[in-house]
Design a protein. Sequence first.
Length: 191
Amino acid sequence: MIDRRTALAGVAGMFGAALYAPIARAAGLAQQPAAGIPPISEGPPSAPVFTPAQRALMTALSERVLPTTDTPGAIAADVPAFIEKLLADWARPEDRAPIIAGLDAIEARCLQDYKVAGARATAAQHDALLTLAMNDGLPSGGAFFTAFRQLVITGYYTSEIGITQEREYLPVPGEYNGAFPYSQVNKVYSS
């Protein structure tokens, strides 16, 4: 079975030069493991990164980026724990700043517009707030959205659920068939 560190190295190419710094650092270590540094998926974060309200909002927003459909979503794949672990153990304080500022801006806007805490907002309200952030309509919105989306996608597609249920894991792909009908392709394979 593929481990999270190896999968992380593969995901890094998906974002190219705009890769969020903690993911890039972790992916670089996947290629050259350093002695004594635990894999990202092991153990709790070395220190809490979020307040309880920020953690709850981050969890709700991660599920909006990759919601549960016919496959499990971000929460089921334990993406919020991955994000906090990555930010606690692989990010510098300046790397955390856009995530914390973005969560705080979304919380403030949610209270202003909807009169509810961010974690209690509806899915449609979360979508509107994420769209506002994506379009840089909030302070630090664009920087937050780009980094947050990368964290969610990386956390999901390096999780066991992302690798085995969203995609189909084949350590050694089957035989080559150049005439395989596209209509019969069910899942994208990762190896």
